[in-house]
Design a binder for this molecule. Structure first.
Ligand SMILES: [Mn+2]
Length: 329
């Protein structure tokens, strides 16, 4: 499962830490020296921008088995008034060398930017990993960050995709830290053991599999694009909502309880899945108002960038935090 490492960027010495983290992840994914160095230079570039234009922000570096390497740079600074102009190297305001978006474009395999004047800037840069799994009817982006000061994240998420069907699971282990992570990872393993099961059956399997663990809140969504249908089953506090493009659709309902311990009788709900459907799932490390309503144009962006911006804007700062965004390819 891809996990995100967060580095707060508030002073220039933290740039070196961010570079080290990103380079290590690149090497772990099997990147050669040239590509690992591109990642490191891009990290320096985004950190410099944060310190210069926003004073503070954070870097998330995300990678894992079967995933690409992703760098998210998030700040709540003044934002860019004209992002197209800032893309070009050499653009400068008041003699500064510009925000270096051109450099990010050149150094990464793909990138995306989202900036609203007065609300901040979010930059995504991605490098493909040789072993990354590309196929599937939905593109999925996520951030999965542990509580400040905790090494292990108590949240976990996973996905199984066939040609037509995508099943996405998000689990939030009770409390936080290592034991919470054991519980949530067991829920993810349950999905991988039974990739063809529907959400209700999977929730029931999770309930059994988590019995000896601390337990977890678990939400499972299954999107069937061919039939235009999404099915959801959840136990405990996992936020889930469907959008049609940027227009908000139904919240997906979970029953009370904790998988592995006591739960109300699990239920399964079905809704239409629009052609331009977008699924947002998040743990309670983000507020209940998490959504795209306040910034509709965000829905047009790369799912990883959407997840990053939602994390930046709705993260409570007191818990593990996970956001998963899935949209049509
Ligand atoms: Mn939580």
């Amino acid at each position: 499962m891809p996990q995100s490492i967060r580095v707060a960027i508030e002073e220039s010495s933290q740039t070196a830490e961010a570079r080290r983290v990103a380079r290590k992840m690149a090497e772990d994914l099997g990147f050669d020296d040239t590509r690992a160095e591109k990642v490191a230079i891009a990290v320096t570039e985004v950190c410099t921008n944060i310190l210069k234009h926003a004073e503070r922000g954070e870097i998330l570096v995300t990678a894992g088995d079967g995933s690409d390497l992703e760098l998210l740079a998030l700040d709540r600074g003044p934002g860019m008034a004209n992002i197209e102009q800032c893309r070009r190297d050499g653009y400068s305001t008041a003699g500064s060398p510009g925000q270096g978006l051109g450099a990010i474009l050149r150094l990464s395999d793909s990138s995306d930017f989202y900036s609203i004047p007065g609300k901040g800037t979010a930059i995504l840069a991605r490098w493909s990993a040789p072993a990354a799994e590309k196929s599937g009817p939905l593109r999925i982006g996520a951030v999965n960050v542990s509580k400040y000061g905790q090494e292990t994240c108590g949240d976990a998420w996973g996905v199984e995709q066939s040609r037509e069907v995508s099943t996405i699971l998000l689990a939030d282990g009770l409390g936080h830290g290592y034991e919470a992570g054991v519980a949530s990872l067991e829920a993810v393993r349950t999905l991988h053991r039974h990739p063809d099961l529907g959400p209700l059956a999977l929730i029931e399997y999770c309930h059994g599999a988590l019995r000896s663990s601390r337990g977890a809140a678990v939400g499972i969504a299954r999107v069937d694009r061919a039939h235009g249908k999404i099915t959801f089953s959840g136990v405990g506090n996992v936020g889930a909502q469907i959008y049609s493009g940027a227009s908000s659709g139904p919240h997906l309902v979970s029953v009370n309880g904790t998988a592995g311990h006591h739960t109300a009788r699990p239920r399964e709900f079905s809704y239409p899945w629009p052609n331009d459907g977008l699924l947002l799932m998040h743990s309670d490390g983000l507020t209940t108002s998490t959504g795209l309503e306040s910034q509709p144009s965000l829905a047009l962006h790369d799912p990883s960038l959407i997840a990053g911006v939602l994390y930046r804007d709705f993260n409570r700062g007191q818990d593990d935090a996970t956001v998963v965004v899935a949209k049509a390819t």
